[in-house]
Design a protein around this ligand. Structure first.
Ligand code: NAD
Length: 331
């Protein structure tokens, strides 16, 4: 990813929690290339060493294996850091429905540990991965940051509680926070395997194997699918923000367009069949709707544009092309 005109001071020391995961490893890579001292903190629950293997020999990269549920580990990870990009969490709505206790322990208990450790280490700013799931049952579209509904899953509760804690920590202890409500992120290194895989990598892998992707519901559910480089841009803009009005608040991170699942499969087939024409003949199958799924999701990105100067480079299809190329060459 090119950092466009974003001038991030390479002297800043940045902790990336969940740095061996999909989004975290992409953040580590871009920041290491910018010259920043990067500490990656991860317990490898869903992340993988192979995601950061190419960074391990860099003089400005350090990996600490540890668990955010352990306050001591968080204290060690935050020591000497200027900024925290907190990505570590257990993602997935279905996972949280199956095991709400573990999702809560990691996503809420671990988040609180990280806030405490960051505060005590004198970290300047705590930037964290929030989630579009916080919009819950609110029907209004596009989603604007100030209007949320009731959460529809344990995962959504944990992500909302993160925002509440961040708000209280900024008001009570003066630590600067910014929450980034990611909307269905996709791109290189997102894991296509396992019961909780996200829809894009899962469908890519199935289509590459000439297997029918299974759409939950009739395919009309839509998402504001967001390419990972737009997410990186927002994290960097959150580090750079100087205006006080831009701090201690949350932002949607998306492109601002929605695509339904039927359209997604058409696009995936279009781009994958350039590599293997047989993929054009693979049709999707339809299964039952999933519990806890929000029917439609579309972000307003006006707040991010206005307060952080967000200017996403990749729309859904240009991001999808990049992602498909990556999967074709790396799976
Ligand atoms: P991911 O699973 O690839 O990354 C999460 C990372 O956190 C993994 O490397 C995992 O090993 C690590 N982790 C989990 N539990 C941990 C623990 N107890 N201690 C230390 N590390 C731990 O997922 P991702 O898609 O990269 O998600 C990153 C963040 O973005 C998460 O907070 C997620 O909730 C949030 N988010 C993601 C999306 C998306 O579409 N991918 C959407 C909204 C929010």
């Amino acid at each position: 990813m090119i950092l466009k005109n974003l001038n991030l001071n390479p002297d800043l020391k940045i902790l990336v929690t969940g740095g061996a995961g999909f989004i975290g490893s992409n953040l580590c890579e871009v920041l290491v290339n910018n010259g920043n001292q990067i500490r990656c903190f991860d317990n490898l629950a869903t992340g993988k060493l192979e995601n950061i293997q190419h960074l391990q020999s860099a003089h400005n990269f350090e990996f600490i294996e540890g668990d955010i549920r352990n306050l001591e580990h968080c204290v060690q990870a935050c020591e000497g850091m200027d900024y925290v990009l907190h990505q570590a969490a257990l993602g997935s709505v279905p996972r949280s429905i199956k095991d709400p206790v573990t999702s809560n322990a990691v996503n809420v208990g671990g988040f609180l540990n990280m806030l405490v450790a960051a505060r005590d280490a004198g970290v300047k700013r705590f930037i964290y991965a929030a989630s579009s799931s916080t919009y819950g049952d609110s029907k209004s579209l596009p989603k604007v940051e100030e209007i949320i509904g009731k959460p529809l899953s344990p995962y959504a509760i944990t992500k909302y509680v993160n925002e509440l804690y961040a708000d209280i920590f900024s008001k009570t202890y003066g630590i600067e926070t910014i929450g980034l409500r990611y909307f269905n992120v996709f791109g290189r290194r997102q894991d296509p395997n396992g019961a909780y895989a996200a829809v894009i990598p899962k469908f890519v892998m199935q289509l590459m194997q000439h297997q029918s992707p299974v759409i939950n519901g009739d395919g009309s559910f839509s998402r504001d699918f967001t390419y990972v480089d737009n997410v990186i841009e927002m994290n960097i803009r959150a580090i750079l923000a100087e205006d006080k009005n831009a701090l201690n608040t949350v932002y949607n991170v998306a492109f601002g367009e929605r695509t339904n699942l039927n359209e997604l499969v058409v696009l995936l087939k279009k781009h994958l069949s350039k590599f293997d024409s047989g993929i054009a003949k693979v049709d999707p199958e339809y299964g039952p709707e999933r519990e806890g799924d929000v029917p439609h999701s579309l972000a307003s990105i006006e707040k991010a544009k206005k307060l952080l100067g967000y200017d996403p480079t990749y729309d859904m299809e240009s991001g999808l092309k990049q992602a498909v190329n990556w999967y074709w060459n790396n799976l």
